[in-house]
Structures are given as structure tokens and as C-alpha cells.
Design a protein around this ligand. Structure first.
Ligand code: IVH
Length: 677
């Protein structure tokens, strides 16, 4: 290695800086690094050594200067050359249409060109570049005056300390003399979770959400703290700029040309229809996005039109934020209770003051198990943060401790089943306590509900309230009793009209001819869900054969391991279960093996198989499709109804995508077989 001082030092420093900047750009802007972290660190250490030996050559824009500076006394004030405006919000498609109509009227045009962008939930900042060098960065503040957080921003790896010379792909030919850019400092959801986990372990207060974490991390007096936090940056606007842009789209392209990071989700949308489609797309993609987003920003593309539209008070007329429903809200815990599941699992649930989260009203949230309840220390009277992401069951993200009423007591988890009073036991290595009561009515209720559910015996009208009554009145002590229910018994129940009694009896009767797979699922054998039920039904074809099978025989079935084999055996060895099974069969329940089913899942359909399916061979899949009335073809065309894509699916999958043919992965394929098998 060359010495750290001497004639070559300046040159080597220069080369290293360029190299590191390029790696930063590849890593943070392009998301495509070409060196390992270790290699990167090595370059960085070498540069540091050179700079320490040659202090005169150390410059503020060196990559080494990212890693924290001296703690500042407080933030200096920065007056923004152009005010940083806020956005007015709309919350529905109608309000969005009104915005569009207003603009069309004001501009006297039929259709407006917009640019749509994700509204990232972070902290708004402004960066100033002079002759390509990052010279100042500030928070939005009140819009007129912000805080100088330059040293902290320097620590962000996705912030280029120097702009890159623009290539040919974009409106710019050279680096602008002076450029103010605006954007959002954000934290990846994943990094946010990690940061909070670490803080919790170290006994430090956790951040409420990624936005707070980002803001808290940037507005630090000690930039070393900022440097230690995983912050990211996206740019979406310019302030004062020495070059004019004709359109917003050009502006975004220019920012990219300079090596600044712009969300790849930004899109030009002509007219309201395209904007709506974008909103829908983004709303659907939201959960899978690495960053928290709270809406879509819709901006008029033409800069000239923007000038004509001007602004009202603190918001421009030319843009609007379409807010997606919040995924987190706060509400009050009214009560904490314990639910008893089908397997006896005791689940603590919090009854909440109803609140709208992610587009639905939430009034209950599961706390999963005793440990989780204790960890979160949720108490009656607490204000809690409720989160809901996509279809996920709402959960309590945490307690707002500042709002805990004095006198709130920790919840004491019961050691008995709240329904039957039996002992609650926690098996070795299990997080949940289970009620051991053999005759626990709560367990029976859940078991009957499951038995009649849509994907099991599919008995319409057998709802929660009715099951509770049937069990409560001891009309049903096991699933077999459903088949001996009489009309007069049903009519004696609350809110049971003649019509619904007849409908229910008919539905129960209809379920006698179900499939074996559904029947096995309905029995609720621990560990046997829909998929396993289908595999077992294929392997045995008859419930008595399955009930008689030894563990070894069971182990020969694909996907059945020792634990599951034991569980199946134990289920059929239980005398209560044997008698239920016999009574079900006596009552005329005739679960039919799959081959006998008319109107199969793929009746008249053409399927193409590609890639390897994790749980069955190609021949097995083909046989199954044919049994379900389908045909297997060798190549994808417009006539193909489904492509079943396994692992390492290749060109057939691509072709299916191109032609818009429906694609099933193995889970979806099995689900269809299970639904109709
Ligand atoms: S444009 C006048 N674009 O939303 C234009 N803002 O409610 C104002 N934000 O302070 C900014 N994503 O913190 C713009 N793609 C985006 C944005 C965005 C998030 C934030 C920004 C701003 C706030 C306004």
C-alpha cells in the first residue's frame, strides 16, 4: 500500500472519493451495489487515514465527513428562498374529481397532464447545491423559516454531497449553478422495526412510527446519532433553481440525472382516469412498499400552468394530496378479555372504543398470548396505537404511556378457562395457555363453527350466535348432533323463524354429500388444515381407512411428518372422536373421494404446468387436473385458462404474463382443488 503522505496522496484521495461516491450512488440511488460492505469499509478507512495524515486535503464534501460532526449548540435558522408550501388534502374519489374540475375550469382545458407521486410519510427537507456541492440542508420548519440540519443531512448515504454530471438521458446538459431541491427524509419500515426492537432492549423509549423515527433521528444535536440511524431520502420538488423547467416530469428526470434519488413510483398521468388508476394501484401496493406512505400527491405537470394557477394561503392550487386511510390510529381500551379457541387456546383480546383504521372500523384487537400482553403491558383505560396493514388482523402497536390514567392496573392473566373454569395449561415450549376442559362449551362452540364453515362442511346459516344457542341448550354436544336436529327444536330457539329453520335443515342435509377433503378439514384434527386434508383424502380415499392407518402408513403421505402423524393417530384413538365419527357416518354423512365429484374445479378448462411444484410431481398435478375435468396443454396461448407456476418457472410464465393469462401458484392451485375437490 502506498504511504499516506507524499506526492501521490492528493491524487489517491481524489480517486478514492470518486470511487466511494460512485459506490454510494450505486448502493443508495440505484439499489445495485457492486462491492461488498467490507470492501466499501476498506476504501473508507484508507481515505480516512489519508485525510488524517493530510489535514489540509480534508474537505467538507468528502465522504468521510458524513460520519457525524461536533455536536451543535442548537439549530441555526434558515430562511427558505421560496416558501415551502403544504398541500391541501382530499379523502375520496369525489373530492379528487372536484380538484380536477376546478383545475380544468381555471385553465380552460378538457384534460390536464398530471404527475402522481407517492406521498412519503417522513420529514420534509430542503437541500441547497451550489455548483454541484451540497452546501446547506434544512427542515421545512414553518414553511418560511426552517432549522439548519446540514451536518446531520451530510450523514445520509443517499444524499450526494456532490451532484453528478448529467448524462444525456434528460433535459440537463450541465450541473446548475444553484439548485434548491426538496424532498422527504424517511426510514424503511424494516429498519424502523429493528431500531425500535433495539431501543426496547436497551430500555429506551420506542418511536411511534417511521415518520417520528425519521424526524427524531434527523433533528439531533449530535450528528453522530443521526449517522447511526438508517435514514433514507427521496426528492420530489425544486425550490429556487438557476435553470428553468418546463414540466415537473422534466424536473424529476433532471434530479435523477444529477444523481438525486427520486421514487421510481412517480408517474405521468394524463387526465383524471389515469390518476384514479394510479391511486388504486398504489393503495394496493402500499403494504408491500418498503416505506410508509400515507397517500398520493397529484401535481399539475406544466410549470406554466402551475404559475397561472398560483396558490391559496399556504398551499398551491396546482397540487393536492389524496390521503389514503390511516393505517394507525389511537383509541381507548375499554376492556380486556380472554377468548377460548377451538383447541382451547386462551387469547387475550382488547375491546376498544371503535376507531377507523386502514379503511375499516376496529373494535377488538388480539393480543396473541399472555407473553405479548405482558410485554406490551396493555391496561384497561390505556390509550393505545392500533395498526392494521392490509388484510392483517388489527393489532395493538403500543401504549401511549403519557396518557395512562393514574390507577390503571396491570392485567392479570387468568389461570383458568373463563368459560368452563377448567385449568389452563401451557405445554412445554408453547406460548399459549390452553383450557384442558374436555367438555368446555367454548371449545365445542368453536369446533362446531369450524365444522360448518365455508371451507369445511359449508353449512349456510350456522352462524356464531346460533351455534352458541345450540351448544348452550345442549342440543348439540358434538358435530354428529347437527344431523339429528329437529325442526321443532330449532323453532324453540331465539330469533329462529320457520323459514330459517327449514333453510338450516336443508343446508345440514346438503352437507351429507360433501367431499372427503372438506370432511377431514371439518373434523378439526390438530395440524390438519385444508391442504393436508386434500393430501390425506387423495392418499386414503376413505375416512375409515384413514382412521385405521398406523403412524408408519401416515408418514408415507407427502407432507406428513412424525408430529402430524402422531396427532392424526391420537385424534382417531380418542374414544369420543371415534363415536362422533361413527355417528356422523350413521347419520348419512358420506364424504366422497375426489374422483366421484361431478362439476370439478377445472371443468372444461385448459391449464399449462410450468416449473416444479413443491408438494407434488407433474404427473400428480396432471392427474388431479384431469380428475377435476380439466385438460393439460404443453404451451401457453390465448386459449389457456390457467398457468400453474411452480419454482423456477421460466418462459411459459413470462408468456402467461404477457398474454394476461391467470397464474396460479401451488397454494392457489391447491386451494382451488380443495374448494371443489
Ligand atoms: S410536494 C407544494 N411531493 O407532504 C408542494 N410533498 O402536506 C409541497 N410530501 O411538506 C410538497 N411526499 O413533507 C410533495 N411527493 C411529494 C411528497 C410530499 C410527501 C410531504 C411533504 C410536504 C407535505 C405536504
Amino acid at each position: 500500500m502506498p504511504p499516506v503522505t507524499g506526492p501521490g496522496a492528493a491524487e489517491e484521495i481524489d480517486r478514492l472519493r470518486r470511487e466511494i461516491r460512485e459506490h454510494d450512488r450505486r448502493y443508495y440511488v440505484l439499489d445495485a451495489p457492486t462491492v461488498s460492505d467490507a470492501e466499501y469499509d476498506r476504501l473508507m478507512r484508507r481515505l480516512e487515514a489519508l485525510e488524517t495524515a493530510n489535514p489540509a486535503l480534508r474537505t467538507p464534501d468528502s465522504p468521510t465527513q458524513r460520519v457525524g460532526g461536533a455536536p451543535s449548540e442548537r439549530f441555526a435558522r434558515v430562511v427558505h428562498h421560496q416558501p415551502m408550501l403544504s398541500l391541501s388534502n382530499v379523502f375520496s374519489a369525489e373530492e379528487l374529481a372536484e380538484f380536477d374540475e376546478r383545475i380544468r375550469k381555471l385553465l380552460g382545458k378538457d384534460e390536464i397532464d398530471y404527475v402522481c407521486e407517492p406521498k412519503l410519510d417522513g420529514l420534509a427537507i430542503e437541500l441547497v447545491y451550489e455548483r454541484g456541492r451540497f452546501v446547506q440542508g434544512s427542515t421545512r420548519g414553518d414553511g418560511e423559516v426552517g432549522e439548519d440540519v446540514t451536518p446531520n443531512l451530510r450523514t445520509l448515504r443517499s444524499l450526494p454531497l456532490r451532484l453528478q454530471a448529467p448524462g444525456s438521458d434528460g433535459p440537463l446538459r450541465e450541473i446548475p449553478e444553484r439548485l434548491e431541491v426538496r424532498g422527504e427524509v424517511v426510514m424503511l419500515k424494516r429498519e424502523f422495526a429493528k431500531l425500535n426492537a433495539r431501543r426496547e432492549q436497551e430500555g429506551e423509549p420506542v418511536f411511534a412510527n417511521p415518520r417520528n423515527a425519521a424526524a427524531g433521528s434527523l433533528r439531533q444535536l449530535d450528528s453522530k446519532v443521526t449517522a447511526s440511524r438508517p435514514l433514507d431520502l427521496f426528492l420530489y420538488e425544486t425550490g429556487e433553481a438557476s435553470v428553468p423547467f418546463e414540466t415537473h416530469w422534466d424536473k424529476l428526470r433532471a434530479l435523477r440525472q444529477l444523481g438525486l434519488r427520486v421514487s421510481s413510483r412517480c408517474r405521468r398521468c394524463r387526465g383524471l382516469g389515469a390518476v384514479r388508476a394510479y391511486v388504486e394501484e398504489l393503495a394496493a401496493a402500499r403494504d408491500g412498499e418498503p416505506f410508509e406512505l400515507d397517500g398520493v400527491v397529484v401535481k399539475v405537470d406544466s410549470e406554466d400552468e402551475r404559475r397561472r394557477l398560483g396558490r391559496v394561503a399556504k398551499a398551491p392550487r396546482w397540487a393536492v394530496a389524496y390521503k389514503l386511510p390511516p393505517e394507525e390510529e389511537t383509541t381507548l381500551v375499554l376492556e380486556i378479555g380472554v377468548n377460548v379457541g377451538r383447541t382451547g387456546a386462551l387469547t387475550p383480546v382488547a375491546k376498544l372504543r371503535p376507531v377507523r383504521v386502514g379503511g375499516v372500523t376496529v373494535s377488538n384487537a388480539s393480543l396473541h398470548n399472555e407473553g405479548e400482553l405482558r410485554r406490551k403491558d396493555v391496561r384497561v383505560g390505556d390509550t393505545v396505537r392500533v395498526r392494521r396493514a392490509g388484510d392483517v388482523i388489527p393489532e395493538i402497536a403500543g401504549v401511549v404511556l403519557e396518557r395512562r390514567p393514574s390507577g390503571a392496573e396491570p392485567y392479570v392473566f387468568p389461570n383458568r378457562c373463563p368459560v368452563c373454569g377448567s385449568h389452563a395449561e401451557k405445554a412445554e415450549g408453547e406460548a399459549v395457555a390452553r383450557c384442558v376442559g374436555l367438555a368446555c362449551p367454548a371449545k365445542l362452540e368453536r369446533a362446531i363453527q369450524h365444522f360448518g364453515s365455508r371451507r369445511a362442511m359449508d353449512i349456510h346459516g350456522l352462524g356464531e350466535a346460533l351455534v352458541a344457542q345450540l351448544v348452550g341448550q345442549r342440543l348439540v354436544r358434538g358435530p354428529a348432533d347437527l344431523y339429528t336436529l329437529r325442526r321443532d327444536q330449532l323453532l324453540g330457539l331465539e330469533r329462529m323463524a320457520e323459514k330459517s329453520a327449514d333453510n338450516l335443515l336443508e343446508a345440514i342435509d346438503g352437507s351429507r354429500g360433501t367431499t372427503l377433503a372438506r370432511f377431514l378439514n371439518a373434523l378439526g384434527i390438530p395440524g390438519v388444515g385444508e391442504t393436508t386434508a386434500l393430501l390425506l383424502s387423495r392418499a386414503f380415499g376413505d375416512v375409515r381407512a384413514l382412521a385405521a392407518a398406523g403412524e408408519e402408513e401416515l408418514l408415507r403421505v407427502r407432507d406428513v411428518g412424525p408430529e402430524l402423524a402422531r396427532s392424526i393417530r391420537a385424534f382417531f384413538d380418542e374414544p369420543q372422536n371415534q363415536s362422533q365419527l361413527e355417528r356422523l357416518l350413521e347419520a348419512g354423512v358420506r364424504p366422497a373421494p375426489e374422483a366421484a365429484v361431478a362439476g370439478g374445479a377445472f371443468e372444461g378448462k385448459t391449464l399449462v404446468l410450468t416449473g416444479s411444484l413443491p408438494s407434488m410431481t407433474r404427473d400428480e398435478a396432471k392427474a388431479e387436473i384431469e380428475r377435476q375435468g380439466g385438460r393439460v396443454a404443453g404451451s401457453v396461448s390465448r386459449k389457456t385458462d390457467f398457468v400453474v407456476a411452480g419454482d423456477e418457472a421460466g418462459s411459459k410464465l413470462e408468456k402467461a404474463r404477457a398474454l394476461g393469462v391467470a397464474i396460479l401458484d401451488e397454494a392457489a392451485f391447491l386451494a382451488r382443488l380443495g374448494g371443489k375437490a
